[in-house]
Write a protein that binds this ligand. Sequence first.
Ligand code: HEC
Length: 184
Amino acid sequence: MKYLLLILLTATLMSCSGGRNSTGYSLINDMMYSETYEAFSTNPVFYDGQTMQPPPAGTIARGHMPQPMTADGQPVVQENPYAMTEYTWKRGELLFQRTCSHCHGAQGQGDGKVVTEGGFPAPPKFRSRTFKYSKRDSYPAGEIFNVITYGKGNMASHAQNLYPEDRWYVAEYVREKLMTRGKK
Ligand code: HEC
C-alpha cells in the first residue's frame, strides 16, 4: 500500500513538472505531431499528388444552386428568384457602388476612375442603346446576372465578389435604375 501511494505521488508530481507551458511526456506521438499539408502543396497521400481535392463527380456543394446551362454550354437567362424589397433595392445599389462603379461609374456612364485614370477599356454606358437588346426596358436582369457571374469581353467574372443572391440585387438595380432611360 505504501509503495502504491509512493508511485502515485511520484507520478502526480512528475506530471506537474515543467510548469504550465510543458506538455509533459508523450508516449504515442502520432496524434501529437500530425502531418499537415498546405492547401496548394503536393501530397503523397492522394493518388493525384494534390492536397486540394476536387469534389466527387456529380455532387453539389451544400447551399449551392447550379446554374442551368443550354445544350451548347451557355448559361440560361433566368428569372430573379428573390423578391425585391426596399432593403434589397438599397443593397443592390450599395453593392453596385462598391463592386462595379469604379469601372461603370456611379450612374453607369462608363466613367469610373479605373477607366478615366487607369486607362481600362471603357464599358458601354448603361443608358446607351448599343446593347443587343434595343427595346426600352428589355435588358433582362438574368442577363446582367450572367454577365456578373461569367464576365463578358473585357469584363472579368465577378462571381467571387458577390454571392448569387447579391448578384440578383445588383442586376435588378442596374436594370431598373441605371439602364432604363428617363427613370432614376
Ligand atoms: C474592371 C472594370 C469593371 C468592373 C469592376 C465591372 N465591369 Fe461591367 N463591364 C466592364 C467592361 C470593360 C465592359 C464591356 C465588356 C465588353 O463588351 O468587352 C462591361 C460590360 C458590362 C455589361 C454589359 C454587357 C453587354 O451586354 O454588353 C454589364 C451589364 C456589366 N458590365 C455589369 C457590371 C456589374 C453589375 C458589375 C459589378 C458587379 C460590373 N459590371 C463590374 C468593366 C467592368
